[in-house]
Design a protein around this ligand. Sequence first.
Ligand SMILES: [Zn+2]
Length: 391
Amino acid sequence: MTDALLNRTLAILDRLIGFPTVSADSNLDLIDYATALLQDCGARVRVSRDATGKKANLFATLGPDAPGGIVLSGHTDVVPADPDEWSGDPFRMREADGLLYGRGTCDMKGFIAAVLAKAPEYAVLGLKRPLHIALTYDEEVGCFGARHLIEELEKESNRPSVAIIGEPTQMRVIEGHKGCYEYTTSFHGTDGHGSEPDKGVNAIHVAALFISRMMQIAETMKTKAGPDSQRYSPPWTTLQTGRIEGGSARNVIARHCAVEWEMRPVRQEDAREIKAALNAYCRDVLLPEMQAVCPDADIVTEVIGEVAGLAVMPENEARDIVTILTGANLCDVVAFGTEAGLFQALGMSVVVCGPGSISQAHQPDEYVAIDQVVKCLAMLTGLERTLQQGK
Ligand SMILES: [Zn+2]
C-alpha cells in the first residue's frame, strides 16, 4: 500500500463527508461524484433512483461481465448530526491526533472512500473476476436502498457471489448478526364512561393482554438457545416493548392504544414463529372478544422495518477470503444489524468487515482512526490477487 493511495483516500473521504447525506435528504450529489470517479477509471456504472427521484443506488463493475463477482458494499446515508453537540461542523472533515472527525467517517464513508480510491488500481489489473461497488441509500431507516439493489440483482444472469459489507467492525471479520424486526401494533376499541367499563372496548386492557402474551413468548425463546446461537449475547431471540401510547383520561375507557415493539431473532424461523403466534392470538382470542362488544374494533400491526439477520454458514467464501486478507484467526458475530442479510437471501456468501468502531457510529464527534483506514486499504489491496486469479 502506498502513501499516494492513503492520500487519495483521505481526499475522497473529505469530499464524501462534505455531502450531508442524512437519510431524510437526497444523496444524489454524492452519487454523481462517485459516478464520475468510477467512470474515469473505466468502470461500468449503473445508477438507479428511488420512487421519489431524490435518492439513488450506484452499482459499478470492473473486470469481465461474468457471474461470481465480489461486491464491496456501503450505504451512503448517515444519521442526523446536531451541530450543538459537535466540537466542529459535522459535515466538514477534520483531523486531530490520527483521528478523522465528521458525520459518517466511520459509518460508513471511510470504507466507501477506501473503495473509491482503490478503484483505479483495480481497473488496470486485467481482472479475471468481476469487482462490483455497491453504494446504497436509506440504510439507517430500513435498508430500502439495499432492498432495491437486491431486486435488481435478482433479475441479472451475471450475479455476484461474494459480498463484503464495510460496516465498522474495526476490521474484525463478522460472519453473523441477529435480525432486527420492528413493529407498531395499534388497538382500536370504543370509549365510554369509566364507570361502565364493560360497555366499551378498552384498548389499553387489550394491549396489556397482547404484551403479556409477548412476554410469555419471550420466555419460551430463552429455552431455544441452541449451539448455533451460543455466540450471541444473549444467545436467544429477544422480544420487547419499547414504547406504549394510549388513552385520554383516567375516567374514560381508552379507545386507542399503540404498542411499539421489536424482536431480534437469532434465526429467521423464530421471527416467523413469533409473528404467527402473535397474529393467531390477535385473530383468534383478542379480536373476537373486542368485536363481540363493538364490531368496528380492530387490531392493526404496521411493519416499521424487517432487517434480516446474517446467519452463520458452515461454508462462506466471503469469510474465507477476508479472514486470509486481514490475517484474522477468528470470526465473530455482532449485535447490530446491517444490509448483509439481504445479500445472503440472494444466495451470496457475505461477511461484514470495515474500518472504525460501531461505538463511534451515530455519536457526536464521530471519527475513524487513520490506522483503521490503512488496515482497510491493505485488505482491499490484498483482494487484488483474488480478483486476478478468477473463480
Ligand atoms: Zn452503517
